[in-house]
Design a protein around this ligand. Sequence first.
Ligand SMILES: [Zn+2]
Length: 164
Amino acid sequence: MTVPAETPADMVIERQVNEAIASGHPLPRWGWPQPPPYNGATGAERVYVWQQNRIGQMLGLMPRLGTCSACERRKAEGSHGEIYFRPFALHPVCRSCHARIHRRYGSPGTWQDFLNDGTPAGSWLRILPMKPISRVDALEIAKRPDVLKALAEYSAALQAGKSE
Ligand SMILES: [Zn+2]
């Protein structure tokens, strides 16, 4: 007899939200321009994840935001999702850190300065890849139970490839 693998907490929430949508929970209205693609997810997919997240909040399924998980100083005002194909694998972040995370591909030097001066040594920010993740790779990462661990391995492989 095999022991069933434990479902990651974010996937439990995702299932509950998808069930709510399937039973007719209305999708909250997105009132802004469509966002650009990020790490292989289209703008439309990102909007849908935002709607899933909002429903999760409305149903009281989301953990409390608390302090920003990036700077560990300011109050978190939202959440960062690195892999949109795991819509509830989220990191609470303040507005300032969130903007920096999304700008990192375009300004790696500024990002490196921020990592060195503005973030704790063991921060999850340090495992984020420095190149946009392709859709194929993002879908592969999303299959792994521990998304952060998968991202760390992905980034390490990327770094190793670069130094050859
Ligand atoms: Zn912050």
